[in-house]
Design a protein around this ligand. Structure first.
Ligand code: B16
Ligand code: MG
Length: 219
């Protein structure tokens, strides 16, 4: 059993893919004859693709559709998203994320990804970070989406670390709730007022010191 494990969310923690999700949802909404705002996109952070589409269709008042239509809109959104992320590279890694990843690697602390995205692995590959992660748990591995703790509990099991000894970096309310439900140490990355249920809060990784990481490791 390893003593401590670190689990990173992807979108909003390691890279800002929210802007590409926004463009793809906006395109789908526009194709259906509706607008889609950045405020609406905020509520999609950390939420599964299927649930996002259900919310979008509800918001635009589209209630009569077949399962085939629903599935084809899911495919359309994802194809557009894949097109938008096709040129992603290491320049899109959020500031000071490599500082923390490199330090954990140096200390031989196991690292996992815990993301709702079914595209997580290719994104890590594109930005050149896949090799840092001993474990990748994403939207293809879970039955229950965040705020259910499943994604983080699977990650802890694969890391061979007790959930209580895992640290989770999250930018979404649902993700912080999932980490808390798993009895892990939750660290909110972003707006403290929105992520008020996190045990610790930072606006971004530039505010996280190596001393703080050491404190988490030795706890
Ligand atoms: P996909 P995370 C989440 O990633 C995004 O925040 C959310 O906006 C998206 O709908 C979800 O992944 C599913 O993504 O369509 O690629 O499967 O924050 O959990 O890393
Ligand atoms: Mg996120």
């Amino acid at each position: 059993m390893n003593k401590t494990g670190f689990i990173f969310d992807l979108d909003g923690v390691i890279v800002d893919t929210a802007k590409y999700h926004y463009l793809a949802w906006k395109k789908l909404a526009n194709d259906l004859g509706f607008e889609f705002t950045k405020e609406q996109n905020e509520l999609f952070k950390g939420v599964s693709r299927k649930r996002c589409l259900e919310i979008l269709l509800n918001d635009i008042g589209k209630i009569n559709y077949t399962q085939e239509q629903f599935d084809s809109w899911m495919i359309e959104k994802n194809e557009d998203y894949l097109e938008f992320i096709s040129n992603m590279n290491s320049s899109e890694i959020l500031p000071d994320v490599p500082k923390v990843l490199n330090y954990l690697k140096e200390k031989e602390i196991p690292i996992a990804l815990g993301s709702a995205s079914k595209n997580a692995k290719p994104i890590l590959e594109k930005v050149g970070l896949l090799n840092y992660f001993q474990v990748v748990v994403d939207g293809t591995h879970v039955a229950k989406a965040k705020p259910d703790p499943e994604v983080f509990l699977i990650a802890a099991k694969q890391l061979k670390v007790n959930p209580e000894n895992c640290v989770v970096f999250e930018d979404a309310v649902a993700g912080v709730e999932a980490a808390n439900a798993a009895r892990m140490t939750s660290i909110g990355i972003g707006d403290q007022n929105i992520l008020s249920h996190a045990k610790y809060n930072f606006t971004d990784f530039t505010k996280i010191s190596i001393q703080f990481i050491n404190k988490l490791i030795s706890n």
